[in-house]
Structure formats: structure tokens, C-alpha cells
Design a protein around this ligand. Structure first.
Ligand code: IPD
Ligand code: CA
Length: 264
């Protein structure tokens, strides 16, 4: 496990070398959206993922690789690396800080290591069955969630209101949001790490892809948090996801969302 964790941190270093020189610099972007929305990708996303893939192929040629920008390369072992080189590209292209490199190692049943690296702030969140830690410079801090357990006492964090645009999602979010203390939009992969750090309590997302969630699972669970889909089932399949600091809060959120209200 330790070997895989340090290798994942090394992969995040390689990604940062590609990303940082292109941050807050005019590099241009391509809009990947096919439905008139805004889903940007940049040379930083593509080059960071390419650098990660080259290194995995060199060190673990039998491992599979699934990345947002360059797809799936099947391996011959049960291990697959699941990569989002920049999660939060919309924030990245604005020069905002809520983005990061997500790297997970899935052993064929579940993600066993998850890394979120924000190279500009120099933070690396590392999750595994050994727990969750935050490395920054020479300091390493063990992370754990906090105990706020009532929905009425927490802020619901979600990345983008447009992900609740369809009637079913909108209604579910409206069943939840008024019962919380406040709602805060923005955050991408950063806010789930703040739940792990005990700074935030609740993230509710929709429309996530597997590379958006795999790395977050060990980070959240290793800190004692709960990460599931909106029904309380496994989060690996992505889509609708809840990240909560504790079981009591999580149960209240599942009940409030009542997803889907009409089974189907
Ligand atoms: C996005 C982030 C965001 C989610 C979007 C994703 P990207 O990933 O995960 O939090 O709401 O659905 O597309 O495109 O910045 O890698
Ligand atoms: Ca991405």
C-alpha cells in the first residue's frame, strides 16, 4: 500500500509540472460540450494526463489506466489507475483555486488509494485504508471529519446549480436545501477534501463521472466520512453523490433527497 501511495504522489508531482506553468496564463481552451454547455479542456489537462500515463506504463506496465482525457487502456492485472488530470477545469481557466489532480488506484473491487493534489497551494490529500492525511511542504497532518450531525446546522456544498437543472434533480435538491443552514456553490474536488479535513460537512453533487469520484472515496472514508450515491448505495458508479461528515447527517440527507421519489 505504502508503495502505491508514494507512487501516486509522484504521479501528482509529474502532473503539477505540466499544469502549473499553464495556470493563470493565456493558453486557450476547447469546449468539449456537445449540448451547448461549457465543458472546457486545455493543453494542461491533456499533457498532465499524458505524463501520468507514461509513468504508469513505465513502472507498472500490467496495470490498466482510465483517464478523462485519453480514455481506457486495459491492463493484464486487476489494478486500474483512474485519473482526472484537472478536476475543476472551469475554475482552472478562471484562475480560481478550486481544482486539483485526482488519482485513484482501484484493485478491481474498489479504489484503495486516492490522491487530490492542488499544486498551486501545494496541498496533497492522501486517502487509503490506513487513513487520510494532508501533506503540505514538510508538514503532514492526519485528517478526520467533524461531528456536526444535523442538516439544520450545516452548509450544503455543491459545485454547480446547473447540475440540478432537470426536474427530478431540481425537486430533490429543493427537498434538501431549505432544511440546511445555507447553500454554497463551487468547489469541485476541493470541498470533499474539506469534509475529510473537518472544515466542511456536506457535499451533494450530480452528473459526476467515475474519475471525478474514485480518488475521493478513500480520502473521505479514510477520514471517517461517508460517500455514497443519493440512495445510500456505492459511489463508484458516480452520477449523484453525497459526501457527509458522519452517518447521522448522511441518513438525514438521503431521507431529504428521497431519490428517486418515484422509483424507476
Ligand atoms: C467536473 C467537476 C465538477 C462536476 C462536473 C465535472 P471536470 O469535472 O467534477 O465538480 O460538477 O460535472 O465535469 O470537467 O472539471 O474534470
Ligand atoms: Ca477533468
Amino acid at each position: 500500500m505504502r508503495e502505491f501511495i508514494e507512487f501516486a504522489v509522484h504521479l501528482a508531482d509529474l502532473a503539477g509540472e505540466q499544469i502549473l506553468p499553464r495556470f493563470r496564463v493565456a493558453i486557450g481552451l476547447e469546449n468539449k460540450s456537445k449540448d451547448g454547455g461549457f465543458d472546457p479542456v486545455t493543453v494542461a489537462d491533456r499533457e498532465a494526463e499524458a505524463a501520468i500515463r507514461r509513468e504508469i506504463r513505465r513502472v507498472y506496465p500490467d496495470h490498466g489506466i482510465l483517464g478523462e482525457e485519453h480514455g481506457l487502456t486495459a491492463g493484464t492485472s486487476s489494478y486500474t489507475w483512474v485519473i482526472d488530470p484537472i478536476d475543476g477545469t472551469r475554475a482552472f481557466v478562471l484562475g480560481q483555486l478550486h481544482w486539483g489532480t485526482l488519482i485513484a488506484l482501484n484493485d478491481g473491487t474498489a479504489p484503495i488509494v486516492g490522491i487530490m493534489r492542488q499544486p498551486y497551494t501545494g496541498e496533497t490529500f492522501i486517502g487509503s485504508t490506513a487513513g487520510t492525511e494532508l501533506r503540505r511542504g514538510n508538514s503532514t497532518t492526519r485528517l478526520s471529519v467533524r461531528a456536526t450531525s444535523r442538516l439544520a446546522d450545516v452548509t450544503v456544498c455543491a459545485t454547480d446549480p446547473t447540475m440540478f437543472a432537470g426536474p427530478a434533480h431540481q425537486q430533490a435538491f429543493q427537498r434538501l436545501a431549505p432544511r440546511a443552514r445555507a447553500v454554497r456553490f463551487g468547489g469541485d474536488c476541493y470541498t470533499p477534501c474539506l469534509v475529510a479535513a473537518g472544515c466542511a460537512d456536506l457535499v451533494v453533487e450530480a452528473g459526476l463521472k467515475t474519475w471525478d469520484v474514485q480518488a475521493l472515496i478513500p480520502i473521505v472514508q479514510g477520514a471517517g466520512g461517508v460517500i455514497t450515491d443519493w440512495r445510500g448505495g456505492p459511489a463508484e458508479r458516480a452520477g449523484e453523490v453525497i459526501i457527509a461528515g458522519n452517518r447521522e447527517l448522511h441518513a438525514e440527507v438521503v431521507a431529504a433527497l428521497a431519490w428517486p421519489l418515484v422509483p424507476g
